[in-house]
Write a protein that binds this ligand. Structure first.
Ligand code: G3D
Ligand code: MG
Length: 174
């Protein structure tokens, strides 16, 4: 006998190539970091089960590979996504400036479904060029949560995914 409830959700990862999307997914599902994941070619599909708020949640994670293929895959990728992690690299200003493109592309297809903003590579302290105030104000103006992570050390990675998953749960229970 179990009083847990099953929920399934599709979450996609958005953000420029090299920001750490694949590393974040692997850190979240396997709790490890590897420097030699192959740059994903099409779409990586991974499943992970978490228990949150007494609910057993099966999360299907869609991790996009080659960025040039995104336009062709975009609809398939975003269709049915209940939420997205929008990732930028704190040491790469261009990856932050490109967020708008990722956020818009999600909203065009998924409307107001929740997104969480993730500033990754927190461990590279001396190279950080996007400070948290800037990221927080971007997040606030787009009604997103902001979390700073390191896929390398694991810091805040679980929090980032769980924050989004929790928001998706609230969203579907409305
Ligand atoms: P992507 O899936 O968004 O394209 P990846 O990004 O997960 O492939 O990561 C791109 C590079 O950044 C990889 O290095 C990876 O090891 C590194 N990386 C990812 N997250 C972090 C982090 O939190 N801290 C640090 N220091 N590095 C990170 P390479 O050298 O293989 O390009
Ligand atoms: Mg990748």
């Amino acid at each position: 006998m179990s009083d847990t409830t099953d929920i399934k959700m599709k979450i996609c990862l958005l953000g420029d190539g090299g920001v750490g999307k694949t590393s974040l997914v692997y850190r979240f599902i396997q709790n490890r970091f590897s420097t030699d994941f192959k740059s994903t070619l099409g779409v990586n599909l991974l499943k992970h089960e978490v228990v949150l708020d007494n609910l057993r949640v099966t999360v299907q994670l869609w991790d996009l590979g080659g960025q040039d293929k995104y336009e062709g895959l975009r609809k398939l990728y975003l269709d049915g996504s209940q939420g997205a992690l929008c990732v930028f690299d704190k040491t790469n200003k261009a990856s932050f400036d490109n967020l708008e493109k990722w956020v818009r592309s999600f909203q065009e297809i998924r409307g107001e479904k929740p997104m969480t903003l993730v500033g990754n590579k927190l461990d590279l302290k001396e190279y950080i060029v996007v400070d948290d105030d800037l990221a927080k104000s971007y997040a606030a103006s787009h009604n997103l949560e902001y979390i700073s992570t390191s896929a390398k050390t694991g810091e805040q990675v679980e929090t980032a995914f769980k924050t989004l998953i929790q928001t998706v749960i609230k969203n579907t229970q409305l």
